[in-house]
Write a protein that binds this ligand. Structure first.
Ligand SMILES: [Zn+2]
Length: 247
């Protein structure tokens, strides 16, 4: 008989993970941080649970313990096939012969004590890891002030959670490009003035010289540009004479 692996009420389970990743409620802060850490690690392996485990097993003791928890924190139960689906108790069900399912559920080993925040976070992470639609988790949104996680509507959805954020994000990109262009223009003019200063025998410093010629260029702009290596002013009078005409 054909075995069927099903994940009941899938969207709800995934949505809950997304909600937790986005929550700002201080009650969930620790759980959220742990879930975020695990999710980020997993996403960095291009969502390959296998790659994630390989990396953890090659890591330090802490990483290896985490790998063993990810692999070991599962519980399987035999349940009658007509038991109604419940995403909370059995996110994965395998239908067997004879009217039975095996329900599989993430189960951090917390029977002996109240589940810790880390264990709760791991429960949700394992749900995500095993979720058949886990590749539809998107985020964090590329519009920085939003940075929310979201469920992609299509596999080709961009880096933004919504059209609203995409509009804001591309407007911000355009502004950044405009500012970049303006800055490049300023730097070009500063360099030109700098060359003139090198040719000149004036006693004033290059910053005063350049900023007096270019009305929108301040000495502090020049200092920053020089510190960031975008401008290369001669370091000494000697260098200046060498670079320019000697009188
Ligand atoms: Zn967004």
């Amino acid at each position: 008989m054909r075995k069927r692996v099903t994940f009941r009420d899938d969207v709800r389970a995934l949505r809950y993970v997304v909600e937790l990743l986005n929550t700002k409620d201080p009650i969930y802060r620790e759980t959220r941080e742990e879930l975020l850490k695990l999710t980020t690690m997993w996403m960095a392996t291009k969502r390959s649970g296998q790659e994630l485990l390989n990396q953890l097993w090659e890591g330090n003791a802490h990483a290896r313990r985490l790998a063993s928890q990810i692999q070991g924190d599962w519980k399987a139960l035999l349940i009658p096939s007509d038991t109604p689906p419940s995403h909370a108790s059995f996110p994965i069900r395998v239908t067997l012969n004879g009217g039975f399912d095996i329900g599989i559920t993430p189960s951090p080993r917390s029977q002996q004590h109240q589940a810790s925040r880390k264990e709760i976070a791991r429960f949700h992470f394992l749900t995500l890891l095993a979720h058949p639609q886990s590749e539809m988790l998107g985020g964090p949104c590329a519009w920085k002030p939003c940075s929310r996680y979201y469920i992609m509507r299509t596999r080709r959805q961009t880096v933004y959670c919504s059209r609203k954020c995409a509009n804001k994000g591309s407007a911000a990109d355009a502004t950044r490009r405009m500012l970049d262009k303006a800055r490049q223009g300023k730097l070009a003019r500063a360099n030109k003035a700098l060359a003139m200063w090198a040719e000149d025998s004036t006693a004033v410093s290059w910053k005063v010289f350049v900023s007096s010629r270019e009305i929108d260029i301040t000495p502090s702009f020049l200092t920053r540009a020089a510190n960031q290596g975008e401008l290369r002013p001669p370091r000494t009078r000697h260098e200046r004479r060498k670079g320019g005409r000697t009188k």
